[in-house]
Design a protein around this ligand. Sequence first.
Ligand code: FAD
Ligand code: UDP
Length: 400
Amino acid sequence: MHISSGLPQGFNPQAYDMVVVGAGYAGSVCARRLAETSGFRVCVLERRNHIAGNAYDCLDDAGILIHLYGPHIYHTTSERVNSFLSRFTDWTDYQHRVLADIHGTLMPVPFNHKSLKLAFGEEKGEALYRKLVETFGENKKVPIMELRNANDPELAEVADYVYENVFLHYTMKQWGQTPDQIDPSVTGRVPVFVGDDDRYFPLATFQGMPAKGYTKLFENMLDHDLIDVFCDVDARDILSVDETHVLLCGQPYGGEVVYTGPLDELFGLDLGALPYRTLDMQFETLDQDQFQPVGTVNYTVSEDFTRITEFKNMTGQVVPGKTTIMREYSHAFEPGSGQTPYYAIIDPENRALYERYLERVEGVTNFHPVGRLAEYRYYDMDAVTESALELSDEIIACHA
Ligand code: FAD
Ligand code: UDP
């Protein structure tokens, strides 16, 4: 692998069998698979000055490993994804736990058996828990919007409490809308858990952190003789798409193109901008060993920020007397402002707009949009990896 900044003089895309736009999971997985399985010469273009996309991590001034674009915890139920990524890293056995600060009391989220007792007191909490077990069974996930529909006064009391104290204000801060107004799959990511397991991802079969960090995982994934990575290159400067062709440096390109950026950007937003939420992340290094008891504390009834992450609690890094925390402030993304489009806003209108952009590239058979941005999806790392593995299967099959 060769990583460089900018394109060399006389750069010729025709020297490559595949051009990948973006060095996050979607792009890096495809690059690696086509290089090693089909012997493709692959060129990866990345507009940031580093690889790893939003999973990028690095040391800050205090020597603490931070996630520059927000806390990333690896979790999956996919054997295929896990065995693919495990070729490039060992994993720690970190199990993510989140507490919600509810009027000063720290309660486990997803809301569980223990949270019920903290919220309602030992005796009433236990009675409500029994009711949940009778209704839904033990070790079951119940999305809050489903719990709200339960036609029972005791369950309604739990639902009201959780809706008010865990979801309403946090969701307003994160999305600028109430839980009723957003797609139910979003709040469904953090269901009430009828059980004692207090992990954020209780049903994940594989969970952990890459032992040497995410950036190292990507360095290993991209470390192949047939892969060249060019950072600080915005692909739009050399790439365009018409109804049937990809043009690279002004010439029709016959190789494969894997595109992991936003589709609307590729067309100058000419049908309108796809809406996103962005985040301002405020990092602070404190002169103390530890700030909070877990990786992330969600502020669900107070504060302007949504959550505070303390990186040492997730990475297990030992740095005596110093710790770095990060607060996340969410707001609407403004296209062209230099902000990062972090979260697609899933609703039928936005999906319809996305489909119109997608239609434009459907006739371009060597152009493949994939990933959180290019598919306009709320994807976790494992789901993006899975999507990229499937796309690479298809491209490999076409060239077999
Ligand atoms: P990205 O990582 O965004 O990579 C796309 C890359 O393409 C970027 O590097 C971008 O710079 C580049 N690019 C775009 N356009 C161009 C262009 N024109 N030219 C050149 N380069 C371009 N997932 C989990 O599984 N667990 C978590 O705990 C978790 N936490 C998250 C927390 C936050 C705050 C956010 C925002 C996401 C989180 N995710 C988490 C999701 C995870 O970040 C994504 O699933 C994953 O990074 C998506 O990979 P991707 O390759 O699709 O996109
Ligand atoms: N959510 C909430 N309160 C919480 C945790 C989550 O209201 O304490 C809602 C909120 O709408 C959030 C969504 O559930 O956007 C998904 O949460 P998750 O932690 O999965 O978000 P991410 O880590 O992807 O930002």
